[in-house]
Design a protein around this ligand. Structure first.
Ligand code: ZN
Ligand code: ZN
Ligand code: ZN
Length: 254
C-alpha cells in the first residue's frame, strides 16, 4: 500500500457504516451458529463448518467478534483489531472458511427471526455480511485497506437496501434453501433502493450516479454531489488512492 495507507485508515473509519450496537440474545457465538437447528421447524445448520474444539484461534476470534457487536463498534476498526490479534483467521484458508461459514449460519438464523424481531435480525445480518465480504477480499488481496475499500460498494448496497439485499447476500452464499422463499417474496415486494449521500433520501438504485473518483458515494443529482463535496473530498482522495492501488495490482479490472 502506498503512503495513503495511514490516511485511508482514518477516513474509512469516519465513513457511514453499519456501526450500531447489535442485540444478541444468544449467550455464545456457538449458540448463535446453532440457533437454527433449535428453532421450530428448522433443522438445518446452513452449511456451518464444525469448528474443531482444539482451535483456540477461531474460538477467540468469534468470541471477541460477537462481544464487540454487543457494544458500540465500528466495523472497519474492529476488523483491523481482529487482524492484529488473530492473523491466522485472516491468512489461513481453512480457518477463514470456517469463520465465514459460521457467520453465514448466524446471519441466516437472524434473517429467519419472527416478524417482530426482523429489524434486529436484518441489522445483525448486515454486519455479518460486511464482515464476510472483508474477510473474502482479504483472502484475495492480503491488504486490509484494499479489503475495506473493495467491500465498500456492496456494504453500501446492503446497508441501504434493507431486508431484500441481506436476503440476497445470504441466500446466494448458503448451500441450503432456507432463505429461498423469503428472498423470492422480498424480491417481488421490495424495490432495489439506494441512498443519496447528499440529501440522504432513498431512490431507486438504478437512478443514482456514483462519484467518478472513489466509485463509492452515490448521488441522486449533481447538486447533491456538489453540496456533499466539501465533506467528501478527503474520503474521496483516500479511497481513490486505494482504488488506484487495487487497479495496479489487478484487483479491479478497468
Ligand atoms: Zn439452512
Ligand atoms: Zn440527493
Ligand atoms: Zn468520491
Amino acid at each position: 500500500m502506498p503512503s495513503s495507507r495511514k490516511r485511508a485508515k482514518g477516513k474509512l473509519r469516519k465513513a457511514r457504516s453499519t456501526a450500531r450496537a447489535v442485540c444478541v440474545d444468544e449467550s455464545t457465538w456457538m449458540n448463535w451458529v446453532q440457533w437454527g437447528t433449535r428453532m421450530k421447524g428448522i433443522q438445518c445448520s446452513h452449511g456451518a463448518i464444525v469448528t474443531p474444539s482444539s482451535n483456540k484461534d477461531i474460538d477467540l476470534f468469534m468470541s471477541e467478534f460477537v462481544d464487540s457487536l454487543r457494544q458500540d463498534f465500528e466495523l472497519s476498526s474492529l476488523m483491523r483489531e481482529l487482524l492484529i490479534k488473530h492473523p491466522a483467521v485472516f491468512n489461513n484458508n481453512d480457518e477463514r472458511k470456517t469463520v465465514t461459514s459460521n457467520m453465514l449460519a448466524m446471519g441466516t438464523n437472524d434473517l429467519l427471526r419472527e416478524k417482530n424481531d426482523r429489524k434486529i435480525g436484518t441489522d445483525n445480518a448486515n454486519v455479518l455480511a460486511c464482515s464476510i465480504l472483508i474477510l473474502e477480499h482479504y483472502a484475495e488481496t492480503n491488504d486490509i485497506n484494499a479489503s475495506l475499500y473493495l467491500a465498500y460498494p456492496k456494504k453500501r448496497d446492503i446497508d441501504d437496501g434493507g431486508e431484500r439485499e441481506a436476503l440476497r447476500f445470504f441466500s446466494k452464499r448458503i448451500s441450503c434453501t432456507c432463505l429461498d422463499i423469503m428472498y423470492a417474496q422480498a424480491k417481488s415486494k421490495q424495490r432495489k433502493v439506494g441512498r443519496c449521500y447528499g440529501c440522504e433520501k432513498t431512490f431507486k438504485r438504478s437512478t443514482l450516479e456514483v462519484c467518478s473518483g472513489c466509485r463509492i458515494c452515490q448521488y441522486c443529482r449533481e447538486d447533491c454531489q456538489r453540496q456533499h463535496w466539501p465533506i467528501h473530498k478527503g474520503d474521496c482522495d483516500s479511497w481513490s488512492k486505494c482504488r488506484a492501488w487495487c487497479i495496479d495490482y489487478g484487483f479491479i479490472l478497468e
